[in-house]
Write a new protein. Structure first.
Ligand code: ZN
Length: 402
């Protein structure tokens, strides 16, 4: 297996403020914490970072703890200065819209900058949070709350080390108890064009659902992260090339995270599947990459007739992918076929979670290697997608989120 440390250093999705990185090292580094699975999350003015083996907290200025690092809660102001965006005194303008109630404003703190453009985002920094505008059309802008950690994840090396002085005493809190969460994981395969797919995602978000990354969902199932109200996850199976042209631009435009379960080397069949270079490019675009085996293997019978081949499909597919893309931690059973032996094989290969095709939206630790999903098609009208979500919720005996 690749060295955890090197993976941790390569993977995107970490708040890479240098003192925080040193704090990670101080508590034992990736060997203790694993690697990061969420951006930095502010609660009050403490920065929480979830790793796959735990959570690290860096206390802020209202904490009683002594800290030898720049006050994390001031990062918004510091970044605003760095970006030469003057702090604003006037109205929040369109950025006022996310404040559904004043508690959220309290959480974010007072404005620390005027709105500015930064790497494709229209952003406004607050002392403890950020709000980003999601442009859907020239006349329709959607403000969404974000996290300062979202900015950290794309800082370059120079930016990471800026302002980093002194050691970083930190607390490591114990993980919260595992919980049960509800979130439809939509499963897509082929996509004919972006229009209907975009309408589906916009419709779900307009209905109040919040897209979250697959990592975020798994972290919540494991009890280390909290989900927004009515979350949903987008997944694509089989590594079809048309997902790049049809889906990826929509996901990027709408800032919807997604996981692609791909088949490394399957492009050799010449049937329109992604090459490793394609898979690298979707990972670089921010998509999570998971394994779907090498040959789309039907694993339960293969396990019984040729254990070595079954192991290779599960283990080698991951190693093959990880030679080119960092952090392949999730698995999708081809054809949705699994049994207890196959589940144990996937877990033994150190995947962190696996998805099935069993309909459902309820997730817990017992289901971590047979996560329920909702099978849909990218060309359906929104109503059909909603109908499938309702059926899946009913299968689990829980209320539908939409
Ligand atoms: Zn498949």
């Amino acid at each position: 297996m690749p060295d955890r440390r090197s993976r941790w250093r390569e993977v995107s999705g970490i708040p890479v403020e240098a003192p925080f990185l040193r704090a990670v090292e101080a508590v034992g580094g990736p060997a203790v914490l694993g690697y990061p699975i969420t951006p930095g999350l502010f609660a009050g003015d403490a920065l929480h970072q979830y790793f796959n083996h735990g959570r690290l907290d860096a206390p802020g200025r209202s904490s009683a703890h002594q800290v030898g690092v720049p006050r994390l809660a001031d990062l918004g102001k510091a970044m605003a200065r760095a970006l030469q965006a003057p702090p604003a005194a006037g109205s929040d303008g369109p950025f006022a819209d996310p404040w559904i109630d004043e508690s959220r404003r309290d959480r974010a703190g007072p404005p620390a900058s005027a709105p500015f453009d930064w790497r494709g985002w229209r952003i406004r920094l607050y002392e403890r949070d950020l709000v980003r505008m999601l442009d859907r059309s020239p006349v329709d802008a959607r403000p969404t709350p974000g996290h300062l950690g979202d900015l950290f994840v794309t800082l370059d090396d120079t930016e990471r080390t800026r302002g980093a002085e002194g050691p970083a005493p930190v607390q490591r809190l114990t993980a919260d108890p595992p919980s049960e969460v509800q979130a439809p994981i939509l499963t897509y395969h082929r996509i004919a064009g972006p229009t209907a797919f975009q309408a589906q995602l916009e419709g779900l978000m307009d209905a109040g659902l919040s897209p979250v990354s697959f990592e975020h969902l798994v972290a919540a199932i494991e009890g280390w992260a909290e989900l927004p109200d009515r979350p949903f996850v987008v997944s694509f199976d089989d590594g079809w090339l048309d997902q790049i042209d049809g889906a990826l631009p929509v996901l990027q435009d709408l800032r919807v995270p997604a996981v692609f379960f791909v088949l490394p080397g399957f492009d050799r069949h010449g049937q329109g599947h992604m090459t490793l270079a394609d898979i690298q490019s979707v990972r670089a675009a921010g998509v999570t990459v998971g394994s779907h085996t090498i040959n789309h293997a039907n694993l339960p019978p293969l396990y019984r007739t040729n254990l070595g081949a079954a192991q290779a499909e599960v283990v080698e597919s991951r190693l093959w992918l990880e030679a080119d893309v960092a952090g392949v931690d999730y698995f999708a059973y081809p054809l949705g076929r699994f049994d207890p032996d196959v589940k144990a094989l996937v877990a033994a290969a150190e995947y962190r979670a696996a998805v099935s095709t069993v309909p459902g939206i309820l997730h817990n630790l017992e289901r971590l290697f047979e996560l329920r999903r909702v099978g849909v098609e990218a060309w359906w009208p929104l109503a059909d997608v909603v109908q499938k979500i309702r059926q899946a919720a009913a299968a689990d005996g829980v209320p539908s989120p939409v």
